[in-house]
Design a protein around this ligand. Sequence first.
Ligand SMILES: O=C(O)C(=O)C[C@@H](O)[C@H](O)CO
Ligand SMILES: [Mg+2]
Length: 382
Amino acid sequence: MKIIKLTTYRVPPRWMLLKIETDEGVVGWGEPVIEGRARTVETAVQEMEPYLIGQDPARINDLWQTMYRAGFYRGGAILMSAIAGIDQALWDIKGKVLGQPVHQLLGGLVRDRMKMYSWVGGDRPSDIIEHIRTLRAGGFDTFKMNATEELGMLDTAAAVDKAVERVAEIRAAFGNSIEFGLDFHGRVAAPMAKTLLRELEPYRPLFVEEPVLAEQAEYYPRLAEMTSIPLAAGERMYSRFEFKHVFEAGGLSIVQPDLSHAGGITECMKIASMAEAYDVTLAPHCPLGPIALASCLHVDFASYNAVLQEQSMGIHYNRGGELLDYVVNKEDFRITDGYMQPLTKPGLGVIVDEEKVIEASRNAPDWRNPVWRHADGSVAEW
Ligand SMILES: O=C(O)C(=O)C[C@@H](O)[C@H](O)CO
Ligand SMILES: [Mg+2]
């Protein structure tokens, strides 16, 4: 079998789907994308084509290593997202050829169902209580929200109190009947992280995500020393070569590689097993589309230390498109009592509505995250 064609489709709300065709008619789908840089990743996928056209799609490991090493420069959000989507599509092809779901090719199920969580509250966390009530009625009991709005590198007690009050309201409304992660989203600089973590401690969030920006990872062990709140990070780390420094330094209880940013299934399985060796749990980041989510689930169902899975149903980023818009087999993505079952169809288990993808790609908007500014006019971390 040989790879003969790669086609990318940028589609609403902010995703990109990749179709890889072979000379024997087997097709694989991937989701190479960086939110807000879809066109850049699209070019990176196109620049990877010479390593792929005419090659045997079954040789995922060699194709992965070639894409990673042959261009001399390596790593980073764009190149690793391009590799990620291609890798996903290659696993999709392999599963379809062998008639097996990808988790079977990764060693089989390690669990019968996977715990899911849902975003609440949007970019600027608001009306969270009502949102949690609605989602709880749908079976969710685990949530994630932004912890703050924009925050100065050094900010006021009032800004800290505003963030803490919101969390106090949630605990007052629901007690310990729900769990929630707080995403600092890189908005909290090191000078404020300790204060905020200390003030949040009494409310026992399930985790705090990106307590500082990924480029400040040396703070993870220092922050972990002063809090019992499990710290999580990983959506802005792109390979096991980045994660290894974090495992060695310690401080993270949860790693959150993104299956569409960190080299795909091949790389994230390696990150998952490295994490397990350090007694660190896995909770793949996934605010993206159905191929990304399916890729996460196959890794989750084959990784003992996978504890939580993000999904984007109803997420505030999904303007103009929803998680299952391009999926034919929507029923396979049902979430019951906050859990998903394994995807059992061959490959990634996503039957793509190609007509709908092509139609939606005709004039897909170029999604951009907003540019926030502090009161003094300086740019703020969104
Ligand atoms: O889902 C999360 O944890 C996020 O922090 C969302 C962020 O990654 C946006 O997708 C960036 O555009
Ligand atoms: Mg996040």
